[in-house]
Design a protein around this ligand. Structure first.
Ligand code: PRX
Length: 661
């Protein structure tokens, strides 16, 4: 992402908050922001305790705010009890919002279904009762492999209601990925659908669950619940598989919530790390929900009349926090969108905003970049052709947004009126960490600006000491915060090693990103991952995971994967492969490369398919046999090689590795 850093560093356009936004914003003006930060500095745990009392409904109030006795396994509000689903649904109905629309479901084909808070509560209660009748108990792990749907949200909320721990797997992951996640989480139930609808096509979902379980080691599974989305062909295993509609038909629409400790795990969400195996990031109930609510209120400035739309999938953390939990906990009306931005044409997002009078729109830079391109190629789908005057706030998430894309988003979608919240955060952080606030922060394209009030973000060198503003370093968080990851499920040692490494005194949370602060403003710019994790279209992919998938193919002797900058997807996956057979001819190479791409799609999922595949007789290695990854990164970018290559046994392989198959 070097080009982005350079352009941000020289970026001097500044967009201060408008009078109108400042007037209406919940946190308005720098003084209000500074006052919150000062309160957190004065009494850190008292600050979060105040917010947790004001924004959450507790069954049993807590007396302890931050408990550091088992650091870095920090605990928040641990002697308090609450229920997340109660906080999202019942309390809104009790506050008189029963008839307010909670979810507007926009189906792939354009059909619309609306549910009110009262209806949603009833549906969640019914499904929660069905889960209980199936034997689901508090702390059981329930794997959810669902399309974007009201039922997807209901499934997650129903788990929260009975204290079961959900683990949502994105619908684009393979049967093998499902099997690994079922095994790692020891999941006893799977909730899925017959098919999903995307871009006008019905794509089977249930077969991946069957195949995943058939791969073995999934004896923990007791039942599979299938939501009928399309009514397409679907094989049901007698005794194990049940239709959602059959299980819920006779269930009452009232279900007493299970009051759980604030630290009770709400969910696991698997994400890539720098080793081959994805990590089951474990989140809490109380602290997580607090941050979901605060960021909805402060970053998105959510108001009773807003229509909020986060375009993420519920399979990613953004969908968890800003679809399933945050908007509902704030009593907001939100869109749940099943389709893709390009169907029936690239005007779909703008048409949907116009149709539902969306006021807050939250999406990813990759989507914006692809829509810029489509708008150029087919002017009919350009945002200027739609009435987007309902918008008042925009958001960006998942990857750095290049200033050009930022300006296009600002001018063409936001009509130069709507501030853009460039929110930096991670699966592990639960919610926004560094972000502008609409009534406070002058915006600079490409910068996520300043920490959310109370978050102690900083940049340090390899010894853990602060670096000066204007210098790059490791992004860290100096104090625990309520919505932070609690552990890696089943692997507490890996949790400590990954996030609180001894080189940084074991006290600092290491985000895994490089960053720098502007010398004058102190604004943060994210420079990208410092570990072997790639960010492709805002999706995190471990290079080791893709390498393991490639070498599992019988044709492959050795493989190394690196990222290279890509105009559309931010980063692209580039694989260097040594086959067991002789290096293929050009014709053979194309065929084998496609075979390997499909293999990776089957092993991990289509999102992990390498864009470039290059074949060599060997990989460039140091004398001690280590793969020279820096050299591979240069080759991937088609840069002239400036590194010392005198140690290479066979410099000829560099020429081989320059050619894309
Ligand atoms: O590298 C950062 C990038 O995405 C990573 C987190 O990925 P994930 O856990 O999948 O969560 C994505 C959605 C929150 C980070 O380590 N990232 C996320 N947001 C931004 C970003 N990079 C730059 N700017 C952002 N706003």
């Amino acid at each position: 992402m070097t080009s982005n850093i350079e352009s941000v560093v020289t970026e001097n356009r500044i967009f201060p908050p408008s009078e109108a936004v400042m007037k209406s914003a919940t946190i308005s003006g720098r003084a209000a922001y500074d006052a919150l930060c000062a309160e957190a500095d004065r009494d850190y745990s008292g600050y979060w305790a105040r917010l947790a009392r004001e924004h959450l409904s507790w069954k049993q109030p807590f007396t302890v705010s931050l408990d550091e006795s088992k650091a870095p396994f920090y605990q928040w509000f641990s002697d308090g009890k609450l229920n997340v689903s109660y906080n999202c649904l019942d309390r809104n109905v009790e506050a008189g919002l029963g008839d307010k629309v909670a979810i507007i479901f926009e189906a792939d084909g354009g059909d619309v279904t609306k549910v009110t808070y009262r209806e949603l509560l009833g549906r969640v209660a019914k499904f929660a009762n069905a889960l209980k009748a199936q034997g689901v108990k508090k702390s059981d792990r329930v794997l959810i492999y669902m399309p974007m749907s009201i039922e997807g949200v209901v499934a997650m909320q129903a788990c929260a209601r009975i204290g079961a721990i959900h683990s949502v797997v994105f619908g684009g992951f393979s049967a093998k990925s499902l099997q690994e996640r079922i095994q790692d989480a020891g999941a006893s139930y799977v909730i899925t659908a017959d098919e999903q609808c995307r871009g006008g096509k019905n794509i089977p979902l249930k077969p991946a669950v069957d195949e995943g379980i058939a791969l073995g080691g999934c004896e923990s599974i007791r039942s599979v619940i299938v939501y009928q989305r399309t009514g397409g062909a679907c094989t049901m295993v007698p005794g194990r598989d049940h239709w959602w509609h059959d299980l819920t038909a006779s269930q009452p629409d009232i279900c007493e919530p299970e009051w759980v400790e604030a630290e009770h795990p709400l969910f696991l969400l698997y994400t890539s790390g720098s080793t081959g195996k994805p990590k089951g990031v474990q989140h809490s109930s109380g602290g997580y929900l607090l941050h979901a609510i605060l960021t909805m209120k402060w970053t998105f400035d959510i108001k009773p009349n807003d229509v909020f739309w986060c375009t993420a999938d519920i399979g990613w953390v953004t969908g968890h926090t800003y679809i399933t939990y945050g908007p509902l906990a704030c009593g907001a009306t939100e869109i749940v969108f099943e389709g893709v931005p390009s169907f029936p044409d690239a005007g779909r997002f703008w048409k949907t905003i116009q149709k539902h009078r969306v006021s807050i729109f939250y999406t990813a830079p990759t989507a914006i970049r692809s829509l810029i391109k489509s708008g150029e190629n087919s002017p009919k789908t350009h945002p200027r052709n739609y009435d987007l005057t309902s918008l008042r706030l925009l958001g960006s998430v998942g990857e750095p947004i290049n200033p050009e894309a930022w300006m296009w988003y600002y001018n063409n979608v936001g009509g130069a009126r709507c501030p853009i919240m460039d929110t930096f955060w991670q699966t592990e952080t639960g919610g926004h960490m560094i972000t502008p606030l609409p009534g406070v922060t002058p915006l600079v394209p490409g910068s996520c600006t300043l920490p959310f009030p109370g978050i102690q973000a900083a940049i340090v060198d390899e010894t853990g000491n602060d670096v000066e503003w204007g210098k790059g370093g490791f992004l860290v968080v100096k104090k625990p915060w309520p919505s932070m990851i609690r552990t890696i499920y089943g692997d507490p040692e890996r949790f400590v090693k990954s996030y609180f490494p001894a080189d940084f005194s074991g006290q600092l949370y290491l985000a895994g990103d490089g960053a720098m602060r502007d010398a004058k403003t102190g604004y943060f710019t994210i420079m990208g991952r410092i570990d072997d994790v790639l960010n492709v279209s805002g999706h995190r992919m471990g290079t080791m995971e893709i390498e393991s998938a490639l070498v599992a193919n019988p044709m492959v002797a050795e493989a190394a994967v690196v990222g290279r900058p890509d105009d559309m997807t931010g980063e692209a996956i580039c694989a260097f492969v040594v086959l067991k057979q002789a290096r293929p001819t050009d014709v053979e190479a194309t065929r084998i490369a496609n075979e390997l791409r499909n293999w990776v799609a089957k092993e991990i999922g289509p999102i992990a398919k390498p864009k470039d595949i290059r074949f060599g007789e060997n990989l460039p290695k140091t004398r001690s046999g280590k793969i020279m990854r820096r050299l591979l990164r240069s080759l991937a970018k088609n840069e002239t090689i400036t590194q010392d290559v005198s140690t290479l046994e066979n410099p000829g392989i560099l020429d081989q590795l320059k050619q894309n198959a």
